[in-house]
Design a protein around this ligand. Structure first.
Ligand code: KG4
Ligand code: ZN
Length: 350
């Protein structure tokens, strides 16, 4: 059976201007954007639930879904207003279908399906990781593949070779925790508010004494990462001090953890650059906002003659512009068309 709007989808790639309405609801941000030709943002609306989840110390999936449901239709109407377009000017509806929280993803998916059906526009299913990579196309209008990507978010940590817009190869990835997850868990044991990454980033700047934490040696010589060992060492270190009734040097711990983790990310990225023969590095995902990671990466790139790109801060963490940009490149390649029975895939990778 032919997919809904498949003829329209296939002819869309030849249209001069393509306007995509994109929806992102994979975690705790409800976002709706309108993006023209993959690079030009006409509207960018993000409703963050951070304050709601903060009191629980992390994202509560059921609460996230309910709040997406309350926010999404208003964001859609606001986006149309901000872009100053009418619904029939939209060429396609794009939505994140994974990875993420099942219930949260389903809210965005079902809204997108309804919209696609009502407006008679193709529905495009976008992989969240592809979106994070595409956030750099919006931030840097002249950036084009090929490049190497360091993907560092709350759910993923990987080094990817991007040979073309839709040609991805995983060179290495985490064998346990994602780096953002490790940041958030270390922050939690230090009693810092959720989300922990930005808090560790700030506190680490005040740290003076380095405590010797290390990442697992077993992956030395590979392009894979492991962050669960260092996370557990930090947690044990804090618990021991607590049991002895000693003061916890939070800033020193934050700095020591961050130094170790960022060294590991930069070292392996440099090794991957040498192996792959690339000369451009693109950082993607929420941890890409980390100031120590950025400054170390910049220094090493300068030394080696590589160019480095980060998404603008507002496109580092979850947003729908990145989904609209990724969808544009899917359309150009004739991939990503979904049927109206699209469902969420909480665990997809690339
Ligand atoms: O990409 P993202 O918004 O969502 C996922 O797709 O996971 O990433 C969220 C992660 C969280 O773990 C958050 O603590 C981390 O990015 N993060 C940071 C910083 N800003 C956000 N980690 C370290 N330093 C930061 N400045
Ligand atoms: Zn994300």
């Amino acid at each position: 059976m032919k997919k809904f709007m498949s003829d329209e989808f296939l002819s869309l790639k030849n249209k001069e201007d393509i306007i995509v309405l994109a929806i992102e609801s994979s975690c705790d941000e409800t976002a709706v954007s309108i993006v023209k030709n993959g690079r030009e943002v006409l509207a960018n609306l993000v409703s963050s639930q951070i304050e709601i989840h903060r009191r629980f110390g992390g994202v509560v999936p059921e609460i996230a879904s309910r709040n997406h449901l309350m926010a999404i239709s208003n964001l859609y109407f606001e986006a149309l207003k901000e872009a100053n377009i009418t619904p029939n000017q939209i060429d396609a509806v794009a939505v994140t279908y994974g990875a993420g929280l099942m219930g949260a993803l389903l809210v965005g998916i079902n809204f997108a399906k309804g919209l696609s059906y009502a407006l008679k526009k193709p529905l495009i299913a976008v992989n969240h990781v592809h979106g994070h990579i595409a956030s750099n196309y919006i931030s840097h209008p002249s950036l084009t593949p090929p490049f190497l990507c360091l993907m560092v978010s709350g759910g993923h940590t990987a080094i990817l070779k991007i040979s073309d817009y839709n040609k991805f190869k995983m060179l290495g990835s985490t064998v346990d925790d994602a780096v953002g997850e490790a940041f958030d868990k270390v922050a939690r044991v230090l009693d810092l508010p959720y989300p922990g990454g930005p808090e560790i980033d700030k506190l680490a700047r005040e740290g003076k004494n380095i405590i010797k934490f290390t990442v697992s040696n077993s992956l030395h010589g590979t392009l894979n990462f492991s962050f669960s060992g260092i996370k557990t060492s930090v947690i044990n270190y804090v618990h021991k001090l607590f049991q002895k009734g000693e003061q916890i040097p939070k800033a020193d711990i934050a700095r020591s953890f961050e130094e170790c983790v960022t060294d590991e990310l930069v070292d392996k990225t440099m090794r991957a650059m040498k192996i792959s023969g690339m000369n451009k590095i693109v950082i993607a995902g929420g941890v890409g906002a980390n100031s120590m990671l950025q400054s170390k990466m910049e220094e090493m790139c300068k030394r080696n003659g590589y160019q480095v790109f980060y998404p603008m801060l507002k496109y580092c963490t979850d947003n729908a512009c990145m989904i609209g940009s990724a969808a544009y490149y899917y359309i150009k390649k004739g991939i990503g068309l979904a049927s109206l029975d699209l469902t969420a895939k909480p665990n997809i990778d690339l």
